[in-house]
Design a protein around this ligand. Sequence first.
Ligand code: ADP
Length: 541
Amino acid sequence: MLGLMMAEPLRVAGILEHAAKWHADTEIVARLPEGGIHRYTYAAAHRRAKQLAKALLRLGVAPGDRVGTLAWNTHRHFELYYGVAGIGAVCHTVNPRLFPEQLVYILNHAEDRLLFFDLTFLPLVERLAPICPQVEKWVLLAGPEHLPAQSALPGLCSYEDLLSAERADYAWPLFDENTACSLCYTSGTTDQPKGVLYSHRSTVLHALAACLPDSLGCAALDVIMPVVPMFHVNAWGLPYAAPIVGAKLVLPGAGMDSASLYELFESEGVTFSAGVPTIWLALLQFMREGHRQFSTLRRTVVGGSSCPPALMTAFEDELHVTITHAWGMTETSPLGTGARLTAKHKGLSAAESLPIRAKQGRVVYGVDMKIVDDEGIALPHNGMAFGDLLVRGPWVVRDYFGSGTPGELTADGWFRTGDVATIDPDGYMQITDRSKDVIKSGGEWISSIDLENLAISHPAVAEAAVIGVPSARWAERPLLIVVRRPGLDVSAKELLAFFKGKVARFCEPDAVEFVDQLPHTATGKLLKTQLRKDFAGYAVA
Ligand code: ADP
């Protein structure tokens, strides 16, 4: 027997429709890449998303067509999220920080028909256009006054011209909630980028889960600024979660440097933010240098790579901002876990609860996970046994877009994350490493993340990476690569001594190298494939 409830399909456009009706005058504020601040409301955003939808239909965009974006976090990018998905087309957010050859690969693989780009990326798209012939039309996300006097970009026009030719009299169509709405490629940290094709259903369910208090925890009282880019797994769902709860949304545009971010945090009264550790490490340094404090920021979610416990403590003690550690991946929309405390931890001091909060955390309802050994046998949740992390749920990938090969699923339908993890009796998952980064030394596994977290707690260390280098006796041994904090000195010998007694002896790094900077991926993660190349053949003395 079927239930007798209304069967309205979950659709992305319904989120903005809701915000426009029930949080009509709540603001969306954006720093514009072409300069200045733009300010309007959910009601106005909804009208413009409808104008965009009509413009796309006029240009012949059909359901299922991919529409690419090379854009920062702005109100126009927000409109694209809703306008493109709203007509049943697919909003393909492309990470402009990728290497040009990866960009070309992704644009051609996705077969984007239209491409919307910010002014910042004009020189980039001029180079890409000749090698991406399937893009019929390039749209500059700005007013016509910013169009170049001359350009060979096919069909080039300005976004504002496109919109102003349309009225907002449009009703979002109804369609199956399993229809694709957006596409995001993995950043290719360990492999060729792979496309993850989200559905309206997966996106809405994920956004609802993101709002839960123990997840990202969004509310109408919040002023939310996603520092995580809208091209990095849909800014972790915040452009959907904020309108669901009716929170003010602040979008930092191209101003990703600490000074610009800080200015916006303060001027817009931001209470809650999210981003990868590198952003917060840089911001911490900036705050310290100027003896600055936040007046409204109270909470931030940090994920994408492991958040060093020392960063959490510094933010809490010095800046009075709580960091919630979270884990996820492009393939999981991305939200998988969040490390907030439970009732049984009441009364613990910040220092006592730090080891719990520093883990990647507990699953969000909707996601299930387990750890397995090489034979696929489930391992116990004792916080010690580590194995391959498998996940499943309604916002976890089944197959990659246009891959022609099956995804990373086990025979019984779990997704192989490629991460190695432990799960403790309270359900807190901790990533030991990516399986490709773990250091295999004499039959034992050494977590590069543990060593990096420890290194960064040394006062003279700004950033650290640990990779395995070949060893005749042990197969691999850990090499620590360090960027020193400006003006502070530390020797290799002192750093090696720092590890003594803090980790098992076989885990202590064998050597330290100092560099001016570490290579990062397009999403701000340590690029260990590069480091392994740079230090190929490294011989430990
Ligand atoms: P890519 O796979 O190309 O790096 P993703 O952004 O999808 O792109 O990366 C997902 C991976 O990032 C995860 O599988 C995991 O290895 C790592 N990751 C994400 N969040 C965390 C975290 N909080 N701690 C440690 N690793 C993390």
